[in-house]
Design a protein around this ligand. Structure first.
Ligand SMILES: NC(=O)c1ccc[n+]([C@@H]2O[C@H](COP(=O)([O-])OP(=O)(O)OC[C@H]3O[C@@H](n4cnc5c(N)ncnc54)[C@H](O)[C@@H]3O)[C@@H](O)[C@H]2O)c1
Length: 354
């Protein structure tokens, strides 16, 4: 077993920050280097990272790095994962795995051939609230699950790359709806045995066809329905028209009960503020009046345990479970692309995904 997993991070902004935060909480992980095209000084100072690189290839050439965290815009995931695999590094890729299905397949092939592990970072799988839900379900508390409703929505992306359909791989359904898609696959997919057999999508068309974000070439409103071979259905939402802070919710309907989860706005702290204060939740416009400040947002969303899990897999040399695998990451991209096809053609698409 490895004592310490030495990590190199590619990217230096929003996602890189929560990766560094999560690794900093893990005594068995050390971020030894970071590579990006900007923001290197502030992030390396904040997290005490000794070495910085403007070219990630130079960082990958180091022999002492075990695991690479991929925190760059979606369209760059493929090239960084391929380069990391070629350099013999295990790699954890942020969502979505890729902007195109073919790229995702190529990435899975490359890591298999290189004999390195690929972790797909769906943080919902590691959210403490959703893991509690899994434990409650395992006891049979709501009987057989029939229907899951799940969404991630907010008021628009901060990243210019995510506004562009090509560099994002889609719009709000690809960028946000991918969380509930991935989590539902983890929950109901029985490690890839219970396949998705039907999907239907309803999306705005991007740009002028969007509700609000006319400067986004991807959609700002997306809905999808999935049907599993076992008969369960899931309704997925990912939109950029939700003001008032990031809104991640899950509802589960079973033969014997119901479960409801508020992942982002359900803090047990209530604040009423006349002048307002700096921050209560991601993507909120202000913190005036009544708010419920997140207590530990990164932990609650699952990032801390997700990266802890990847580090443990590297330390113990075990492959990731389905919920954190490239197989699941690829299935998410395939399903969302099928939802886009369905929305464009106005018909349900049948196939085998998972
Ligand atoms: N799991 C989640 O909830 C979650 C949340 C936010 C972002 N993400 C994902 O993380 C990824 C990054 O998102 P972000 O919000 O941090 O993006 P961002 O636009 O804020 O930052 C992009 C980063 O990529 C770096 N970069 C760009 N081109 C590069 C290159 N050629 N070589 C090296 N670095 C390069 C930039 O320096 C910057 O640090 C995206 O894929 C996004 O989908 C996931």
């Amino acid at each position: 077993m490895k004592d310490i997993v030495r990590v190199g991070v590619v990217g230096s902004k929003f996602a890189a920050d929560f990766h560094c935060d999560s690794y900093s909480r893990n005594p068995f992980a050390r971020v030894v280097a970071i590579a990006a095209i900007d923001n290197l000084e502030p992030i390396s100072k904040k997290w005490g990272i000794p070495d910085t690189y403007l070219d990630y290839h130079e960082m990958l050439a180091r022999r002492d790095i075990d695991l690479v965290s991929v925190c760059v815009p979606n369209f760059l995931h493929r090239e960084v994962v391929l380069a990391a695999a070629k350099a013999g590094k295990h790699v954890l890729c942020e969502k979505p795995l890729a902007t195109e299905i073919e790229h995702g397949r190529e990435m899975l092939d490359a890591v298999r051939k290189a004999g390195v592990k690929l972790f797909y970072g769906e943080d919902w799988v590691f959210s403490p609230s959703l893991r509690r839900v899994e434990a409650v379900l395992a006891e049979g508390a709501v009987g057989e699950v029939l229907y899951v409703k799940a969404k991630e929505c907010h008021n628009g992306t901060h990243s210019p790359f995510a506004k562009n359909k090509q560099t994002c791989g889609g719009g709000s359904l690809m960028h946000l709806g991918i969380h509930p898609v991935g989590w539902v696959l983890h929950l109901l997919g029985q490690s890839g045995r219970n396949k998705v057999t039907e999907v239907t999508g309803f999306c705005n068309g991007g740009a002028a066809d969007n509700f609000v974000h006319k400067d986004n070439t991807g959609e700002d409103f997306g809905l999808g329905v999935m049907k599993f071979a076992g008969g369960q259905r899931a309704f997925i939402e990912g939109n950029y028209i939700t003001v008032g802070g990031m809104d991640d919710r899950v509802e589960i309907y079973g033969t014997q009960g119901v479960i409801k989860v508020d992942l982002t706005q359900g803090s047990n702290v209530d604040v009423y503020s006349r002048p307002g204060y700096s921050y209560w939740i991601e993507k909120a416009d202000n913190a005036v009046g009544w708010t419920k400040p997140a207590v530990d947002e990164f932990y609650n969303l699952g990032y801390v345990d997700e990266l802890h899990y990847a580090v443990e897999c590297v330390r113990n040399d075990v492959q990731p479970m389905y919920g954190c695998s490239g197989q699941l990451g690829l299935a998410c991209v395939e399903i969302i692309k099928a939802m886009y096809g369905s929305s464009e053609r106005g018909e349900t698409v049948r196939g085998t995904w998972g």
